[in-house]
Design a protein. Structure first.
Length: 235
């Protein structure tokens, strides 16, 4: 799913939070998942900071937490700050009425004075209202570029969840589970071939899987090594 700037009640849950980005589709890090599931069940007063490198599952877990919280009757909002540079103050208006606010890509506004001030103000409003806050960034609060000291202090006091990228075993499990969820036949030899020869970056792998899924439906073919070679040769 594309980044969502605001979540309105008019959209069905499946459109805002796709099935591939729910808790039951997340592989690994059971302790992190448990912390976020607890946040989804009772977000009031929570302040969590999810940190990890690219493609470690930060956005997946934020969207999964929002989906689980909304399914339990909580009002939620998800914002990708990478899409809101220079506009955060306007986008943040009224968010204190949500039970849980998830703010992705904190790194994108680090060092921007106006956006950092808007985030500092939003953080304080949400905390004063007893709402839940969920941040995600590649860097720890201490590792962000120099900026508003008071904001860095607020972020540093959040409960931290550190993520690590999946290893090959985890990547294989993730792709198998996604294929099984779609009723897609993915031969073990094809999966091993794909992991050996294609980018191991999880974002690239999942994008490739989406292309293969579409191609297999069009061609009515199983995911075999010859079929993968055919699709990749066409690219």
């Amino acid at each position: 799913m594309a980044d969502v700037e605001a979540l309105g009640p008019q959209l069905p849950l499946a459109l805002r939070f796709p099935p591939d980005q729910r808790f039951d589709a997340f592989v690994g890090m059971p302790a992190a998942r448990a912390q976020l599931e607890a946040c989804a069940a009772s977000p009031a007063g929570q302040a969590l900071y999810v940190q990890g490198p690219a493609a470690s599952g930060k956005t997946h877990l934020l969207l999964a937490t929002c989906a689980a919280a909304e399914a339990q009757g909580h009002a939620v909002a998800y914002l990708s700050l990478a899409r809101l540079r220079g506009r955060l103050a306007a986008a943040a208006e009224g968010l204190e009425h949500a039970d849980l606010v998830a703010l992705d890509d904190i790194d994108a506004i680090a060092g921007d004075g106006a956006d950092e001030l808007a985030l500092f103000d939003l953080h304080n409003r949400l905390r004063d209202a007893g709402r839940g806050l969920l941040y995600a960034a590649r860097e720890t609060p201490e590792g962000l570029p120099p900026g508003l000291p008071d904001l860095r202090s607020r972020l540093a006091h959040c409960t931290r969840i550190a993520l690590q990228p999946l290893d090959d075993v985890g990547r294989a499990r993730l792709l198998r589970e996604r294929a099984a969820a779609r009723g897609l036949a993915f031969e073990d030899a094809a999966l091993e071939w794909m992991l050996r020869r294609c980018s191991r970056d999880l974002r690239s792998l999942t994008a490739l899987f989406e292309r293969l899924d579409h191609a297999s439906l069009v061609a009515q073919r199983r995911l075999t090594v010859p079929f993968l070679r055919q699709v990749l040769a066409a690219d």
